[in-house]
Ligand binder design. Structure first.
Ligand SMILES: [Zn+2]
Length: 213
């Protein structure tokens, strides 16, 4: 992809839907450090400025910084409601016409139906989440949401090994748990090549440790 095309594709957003009865789903996905939450906050802030009724939800599991705020890595934050299950979003969205959902990968699979239901009620849904886990596999309900969404924006980070465009989240520590929260001390954004190299190295390290025990 040419750099100019890449930059142009980064912050694309659906054009306004003037028919108020029509809702839609936007997905903002990508690896860690790709700016997903910043992009979610940007879209929601602009809706708020336009006096639209905005509600933001996130899974209770994510309490890295603050219980009631969607916080991105650059601490540009916005008030949010932590919920246990995706069905609560349906019950709590009330009069909101714009609904933001952060860290969507940690929600249950029912989130797909919840988002579709809300969109059918005429609401604008903006979902942000990791598209792949630390093994490079599709993560939770995000891939299915990408399929049913009206608009998908895939953001990229910069590979911390070679400086290329990064699509993968590489876990630097060897822990076998899908839900492991952390920041730059635990994860690194990597391109496909550097991600695969890292995975190979950690596999051979594992074998060596197994032999020495
Ligand atoms: Zn790389």
């Amino acid at each position: 992809m040419r750099l100019a095309d890449y930059i142009r594709s980064m912050f694309q957003e659906p054009r306004a839907h003037f028919d108020k009865r029509k809702g839609w789903i936007e997905v903002v996905c990508g690896s860690m450090f790709s700016g997903k939450t910043e992009e979610l906050i940007r879209r929601l802030t602009r809706a708020k400025i336009a006096n639209q009724n905005v509600e933001i939800f996130k899974p209770t599991l994510d309490n890295r910084y603050n219980e009631t705020e969607v916080v991105s890595h650059n601490s540009n934050s916005i008030q949010s409601t932590p919920v246990m299950a995706s069905v609560n979003i349906l019950l709590m969205s009330g009069e909101a016409n714009v609904i933001g959902i952060d860290e969507a990968q940690f929600f249950d699979d029912e989130l797909v139906n919840v988002c579709q239901n809300l969109a059918e009620q005429g609401k604008r849904i903006i979902v942000a989440g990791l598209d792949m886990d630390y093994l490079g596999k599709p993560f939770g309900p995000v891939p299915e949401l990408m399929a049913v969404a009206d608009y998908v924006t895939k953001l990229h980070a910069i590979c911390m090994s070679c400086g290329d465009v990064a699509t993968h989240s590489f876990r630097k520590v060897n822990v076998d748990n899908l839900v492991m929260l952390g920041e730059s001390d635990t994860y690194e954004a990597r391109c496909r090549t550097c991600f695969n190299e890292g995975m190979k190295n950690s596999l051979s390290q594992e074998k060596n440790t197994a032999h020495s025990v």
